[in-house]
Design a binder for this molecule. Sequence first.
Ligand code: PMP
Length: 280
Amino acid sequence: MAIAYLNGQWMPPSEAKVSVFDRGFMFGDGVYEVMPVYDGRIFTKAQHLVRLARSQAEIGLAPVMSAEAWSTLLDEAVEKSGEAQALIYIQVTRGAATERSHVYPDSPPTVLLTVTAFQPKTVAEIQPLKVETAEDIRWHRADIKVTSLIANGMIKNRALANGYDDAIMIRGDKVTEGTASNVFIVADGEIVTPPKSQWLLHGITRDEMIRVAVEAGLPLREADFGETQLRAASEIWLSSTGLELVPVGQVNDHRIGDGLPGPIWRQVFEGFQARKRLVD
Ligand code: PMP
């Protein structure tokens, strides 16, 4: 059963309400996290809480509670929901002001948490994605997980309107990431993913996939690449909490490999399936 926690109160998500003057509503002035629950256990909880704390610090929002208090609250939320496979969404905004003003209000932050059922796709259900490339028009701090996702939404929905499933963004001559995912390619047998920087979100799933690949002895490099290398790749994957790891079979009008999920994707995907059941 989906459940929400809003500023200390538990309720069904449909009953959770915030002020129209909430900074999250009016300015997109907030940060968020999405983390997975597998078999009733929160996977990579500590990493998500570290990133949440960093996002808050980067936008100048004081911590709302300690990592220990968050951890306890999250466990309680999962237990109350009764969901074994779920996504936890956390949003912390700068709180509700009394009028619309760019000046930060002197009010407590708004803290929202939801738990909703979620089934990741099985290997049999996964279809390679068709993506287009798009200019990365976002701001210069894509490393902060802010709720203002207008550019990501514009780029994603233009891709859908053009008949694609998603877009891979390119800034200048460098691939940055998907609209809600990180990007990996396989080039000459080597896995390559753009390094962490201000231009992309430091995905927790990205880190997990790197760990799985390295532990399996697969060659991997964190390095920038451009559209030419993207098109020439034998495999392309997108990673995120919700997608886990999904192969891309087409970029613009160009087929990637034979258009089917590649062997290295399969190895890393299966390694991740084993890891997510074992590691907290
Ligand atoms: N990049 C962007 C822009 C995203 O929105 C997301 C998912 N929120 C990711 C990457 C992947 O991050 P994670 O693996 O932590 O879900």
